[in-house]
Write a protein that binds this ligand. Structure first.
Ligand code: TMP
Length: 425
């Protein structure tokens, strides 16, 4: 189901094999370590998006441990779960929320400010085609999605009329996309890069797809935000890497691409869009980029501090909810995000503490949270049941959800927001 991964996928640091006794003795006790450094460990955990109906077979459990590269500052999981298990039938669907619409608008404005015109787009990890549909409404033409999930590619193709290649992004799907859209003006990869194991293969595939004038936009959760906000719940098996800009620089060394510009966005608790250009593109790199890389605080120590903070966050929510349950208060969850699975399993909650989780995604409703017996219901259940408390596991949509659920709030339901700052509202 999974493979151990001991070599940094950005810079190649780390010895692939455990040294033999002879090698260890020859190196001596003072030999410099050549291994990636363990900095965070949540033990063995279920796959965060493995939402199944009762009785359906589950995909299983795998270690959830983060290793840090002292050479380029990339953090990556110690294992890689087989992509076909994670993605062939995928439960994560791009949110149709207002928050996401605003983000699409800001991202598109950034793309246009760089190229100066609309044009053809290839999207890697296009999910159900929502972003490409948005781009089509803004006047972009000649669109092509690439996504390994059969269920989502079908929605993109049949319901959104977005031509979609149902495959992982590799050299052959890149060539198919190139045959479809020609040399794209834009290549977009939103929240997919850190799911990919083989970054060298990704760069080779980009080389097959990108032309000299192509602008490449890679959107990822930013490791510096994960660390400074204590967002441990974004650590799950799909996210094989936690990317710093230094690591991205290390990866791009000796490739045909370089970082052209970086923009920060609020979405998903803090994300960066890294714009890449080909090295033979005849324009100047954005001057702010180097400064952003230099002030980046992603180190072994910041990861270790983060681990301590995360354990406090887990203890705090665990104690708070158990106290509430013991005093007869009713508690539910709001938003069956992958983050909810991480929280619930870290806190070892069951139906005793959390009666159900409500969520507006039809594919998640009437399933149970991976690793537990906690059922997922429709999002109307909060107003029908009026619990005393709802834990906002979709904290990245806080303002929108608090506004949407004002009826339940006016009748007494309080929201517990676990991150980025614990609060009860
Ligand atoms: P995400 O942070 O991974 O996008 O997950 C957020 C989850 O919250 C997703 O399953 C959809 C759910 N959700 C609602 O149920 N209601 C809402 O209004 C929003 C914005 C999200």
């Amino acid at each position: 189901m999974f493979l151990y991964h001991k070599v940094c996928r950005a810079c190649g640091f780390g010895k692939p094999d455990i040294p033999t006794l002879k090698e260890s003795l020859a190196a001596g006790p003072k030999a410099a370590s050549t291994a990636l450094i363990p900095v965070f460990d949540l033990g063995v955990q279920p796959l965060a998006n493995d939402f199944c109906k009762e009785g359906q077979e589950r995909s299983g459990y795998a270690p959830l441990k983060v290793l840090f590269c002292p050479k380029c500052t990339l953090a990556q999981l110690s294992v890689v779960v087989r992509p076909d298990i994670l993605y062939r039938h995928y439960a994560y669907i791009t949110s149709k929320s207002l928050t996401m619409q605003h983000h699409f608008q800001a991202l598109t404005d950034l793309l246009l400010s760089e190229q100066g015109h609309v044009g053809s787009v290839a999207e890697i990890g296009s999910n159900d085609g929502l972003f490409l549909k948005y781009l089509r409404n803004r006047g972009f033409g000649n669109l092509c999605g690439i996504d390994p999930a059969e269920n989502l590619s079908k929605i993109a193709h049949d319901d959104m009329q977005i031509p979609t290649i149902n495959a992982c992004f590799d050299q052959s799907s890149a060539l198919m996309a190139r045959a479809g859209v020609g040399e794209p003006d834009f290549i977009v990869a939103r929240h997919v890069f850190c799911h990919i194991d083989d970054w060298q293969g990704f760069i080779s595939a980009l080389d097959n797809l990108a032309g000299k004038q192509t602008l490449i936009a890679i959107e990822v959760p930013y490791a510096a935000d994960v660390l400074s906000n204590g967002e441990f719940d974004t650590i799950y098996h799909e996210h094989t890497s936690y990317l710093s800009l230094r690591a991205m620089e290390a990866l791009l060394k000796n490739t045909p691409f370089h970082i052209h510009r970086v923009s920060w966005f609020q979405i998903h608790g803090g994300a960066i869009v890294i714009l890449l250009r080909r090295n033979d593109w005849n324009g100047a790199a954005n001057p702010g980029t180097m400064a952003m890389i230099e002030k980046e605080k992603v180190t072994e120590d910041t990861w270790l501090d983060f681990g301590v903070k995360a354990q406090c966050e887990i203890q705090n929510l665990s104690d708070t909810i158990r106290d509430m349950a013991a005093s007869g208060k009713t508690v539910i969850g709001y938003g069956a995000s992958a983050k909810s699975t991480v929280w619930i399993n870290a806190c070892k909650f069951s139906r005793k503490e959390i009666r159900f989780i409500c969520d507006n995604t039809p594919a998640k409703q009437y399933t149970v949270t991976p690793g537990t017996d906690i059922p997922i219901t429709d999002d109307g259940a909060i107003t029908r049941e009026l619990p005393d408390y709802a834990i906002l596991f979709a904290w990245n949509y806080k303002f929108e959800i608090l506004e949407k659920e004002k009826l339940a709030r006016s009748k007494g339901t309080k929201f517990i927001v676990p991150l980025p700052k614990f609060e009860i509202v």
